[in-house]
Write a protein that binds this ligand. Structure first.
Ligand code: DOR
Length: 422
């Protein structure tokens, strides 16, 4: 296998051809007889890495499968995704993790790395097989009950202690159920009051973030905060980092651009957990991504079948798809972020957090995972164009800046001119 990528500006800086053969990225000589990928005028970044993808297999293959989710990831410029554990059954055993890993390999488009559940059945009570998952061929390093908060402080403490032994991390869906309430479906504030929808206050997230950074300090372990959505959470993470606590945080593309007033039309496409917040929170999230307080962008790609999403707002499922649009949303929401910073928050840092040492870099000798982006394109999103099985696309009809043109996974072109090659 050999490939020459011509004319790309690497990380938005120097224009340089990239050579690839079986050993990975090379310098010096173009390999003989190589396939040529024209990247004139495009920006080359290391393949994107998503810390937070819902692939729905096993259990909800009507919404997404590992294959269709891998296709959406490749189209979005991803070369690795972490598959969340809230499948049915949950990924709470080594056997379940291996099945996700192997189905990802069979799909062959991106590296699908399973996230292990923190607790059995995501029930929040008994720890799952953390050690067995970590020691298995799947080498699970990220554990999360995402969709649910590990709300019991004792369980969270034990999980943090346990994963420390093998350099793992707990990714927390920070939401205190006693403050959020079982029927809450949007941000608690002026808009929810006017629309008569039961809301979650930002404090339900912030108290768990505050508790968990203190538990990370106490245990000397690593904690990761999934989909941070409020200015208050940002403040806590900033403080904790200043104290030397081993905390990392992610933000979703949708929390960087969409606000709670979109709920005025009661459109369930905009129902997501954590909920869309007011503009002040969005501003704080953008600033935190720029100054490094928030480490990574993660999609929380959450496909749902029509019969789960197309309901009255209060009854619809939480979540929105996002793999295919993530890069363009980040460029649109935070246009001043340099390409080197885009590579940091969407590739190298998520790869480091997840322990995926083969990803996140364009260094010579590393496996060739590359995305090529047209920085000046403007694309109007049409939900019908998605390769995901689901259509809960909040970007439908919006114009976004930049476009993923080609994706290369392990030296193989998976997406050429915006279309899957297989
Ligand atoms: O909106 C969401 N959807 N938030 C989550 O945390 C879970 C996800 C899902 O699985 O649908």
């Amino acid at each position: 296998m050999s490939l020459v990528i011509t004319g790309a500006s690497v990380l938005g800086e120097k224009t340089q051809d990239l050579y690839v053969d079986d050993a990975g990225l090379l310098v010096d000589e173009p390999p003989l007889g190589a396939e040529v990928l024209d990247a004139d005028g495009l920006v080359a970044l290391p393949g994107l890495v998503d810390l937070h993808t819902h692939l729905r297999e096993p259990g909800r293959e009507d919404a997404e499968t590992i294959l269709t989710g891998s296709r959406a990831a490749a189209v979005g410029g991803y070369t690795a995704v972490l598959a969340m554990a809230n499948t049915s059954p949950a990924t709470d055993t080594a056997e379940a993790a291996l099945r996700v890993l192997d189905l990802g390999r069979e799909a062959g488009l991106v590296d699908v790395q399973p996230v292990g559940a923190v607790t059995k059945g995501l029930a929040g009570e008994e720890l799952a097989e953390l050690g067995l998952m970590a020691r298995s061929r799947a080498k699970v390093r990220v554990f999360s009950d995402d969709g649910k908060c590990v709300h019991d402080a004792r369980v969270m403490r034990r999980a943090l202690e346990y994963v420390k032994a093998f350099g793992g991390v707990v990714s927390q869906h920070a939401q205190d159920p006693s403050l959020a309430g079982p029927t809450a479906c949007c941000h608690e504030g002026e808009v929810s009051g006017r629309l008569g929808l039961p809301g979650w206050p930002g404090i339900a997230e912030e108290v768990i973030v505050a508790r968990d950074v203190m538990l990370a300090r106490h245990t000397g372990s690593r904690v990761h905060i999934a989909h941070v959505s409020t200015a208050g959470s940002v403040e806590v993470v900033r403080w904790a980092k200043g104290q030397g606590i081993d905390v990392t945080a992610e933000v979703t593309p949708h929390h960087l651009l969409l606000t709670t007033d979109l709920l005025e039309g009661y459109d369930p496409t905009f129902k997501v957990n954590p909920p869309l917040r007011p503009g002040e929170d969005v501003e704080a999230l953008r600033a935190a991504l720029t100054d490094g307080t928030i480490d990574a962008v993660a999609t929380d790609h959450a496909p749902h079948a029509r019969h789960d999403k197309e309901h009255a707002f209060v009854d619809a499922a939480f979540g929105m798809i996002g793999l295919e649009t993530a890069l363009a949303v980040v460029r649109t929401a935070v246009p001043d972020l340099a390409w080197t910073d885009v590579a940091r928050v969407m590739s190298s840092t998520p790869a480091r957090i997840a322990g995926l040492t083969d990803h996140g870099s364009l260094e010579v000798g590393t496996p060739a995972h590359v995305v090529l982006v047209d920085p000046s394109a403007s694309v109007t999103v049409d939900r019908a164009d998605s390769v995901s099985l689901s259509r809960n696309n909040p970007w439908h009809g919006r114009s976004l800046t930049s476009r993923v043109v080609h994706t290369v996974h392990a030296g193989r072109v998976t997406v050429r001119d915006g279309a899957l090659t297989s």
